[in-house]
Design a binder for this molecule. Structure first.
Ligand code: G3P
Length: 216
């Protein structure tokens, strides 16, 4: 499973990137706003650091606005992927952009029907929001499982990005569900490699090592 970092923060991304764990990056308007810098500055800096796909989301709500923005964003760097909301306009934009060879990530997906339509429209990636579904009392990971079955059943090349990941359980469940990618908040991954038993094990090894006779 590929790891994308769900962040607009370059330092967060660089910390994980140097471990070889960053296959791509996703951003959204809220993550960009947190950086307090111009959109193009944030995205181009990330694209220079990460060679994998970097999702940048359009703000426009009409097809023409989306297409116009997408064509500009796509010109910022060769690895920019255009993020489009799953609306009627977003589906048409995904269809038209795929015809232009521009990669898309259709986002804010909360049902299998939405994911299927995005794949049929030619989306390169689809982003089901697991955590936000969980927040409503629905099993968000079941959507990933269902979309995996649908993509496989009908031979779609569209890749599933498990998004809105809130904890290590989501990451593990996404892998078990067959997601192609999980996009993980930059602040969460460091918490995922830590485990108290690992810390305790290191402590015990160091303690026991003190009794090993040292050559004079
Ligand atoms: O960026 C898309 C998605 O990962 C957002 O997650 O935590 O805002 O629901 P979240």
């Amino acid at each position: 499973m590929k790891f994308f970092i769900d962040s607009g923060n370059l330092e967060e991304i660089k910390r994980i990137h140097k471990l070889g764990l960053v296959d791509g990056v996703t951003t959204n308007p809220s993550l960009i706003a947190k950086e307090g810098k111009p959109f193009k500055e944030v995205i181009t800096a990330i694209c220079k650091t990460v060679s994998g796909p970097v999702s940048a989301e359009v703000i426009g709500l009409t097809v023409e606005e989306m297409i116009q923005e997408a064509e500009e964003l796509a010109g910022w760097a060769p690895n920019v992927v255009i993020k489009l909301p799953l609306t009627e306009a977003g589906l048409e934009a995904a269809y038209r952009l795929s015809g232009q060879g521009i990669k898309t990530n259709v986002t804010l997906i909360f049902s299998a029907a939405q994911g299927l339509m995005a794949a049929k429209a030619g989306a390169t990636y689809i982003s089901p929001f697991v955590g936000r579904l969980d927040d409503t009392g629905v099993n968000g990971m079941q959507l990933v499982t269902d979309l995996r079955k649908i993509m496989r059943e009908y031979g779609f090349a569209t890749e599933i990005i498990a998004a809105s990941i809130r904890h290590v359980g989501h990451l593990q469940q996404a892998a078990a569900a067959g997601a192609d990618i999980a996009t993980v908040p930059g602040s969460l991954l460091p918490a995922m490699w830590k485990h108290p038993l690992t810390d305790a094990g290191i402590e015990k090894f160091l303690q026991d090592w003190k009794s090993v006779p040292q050559l004079s």
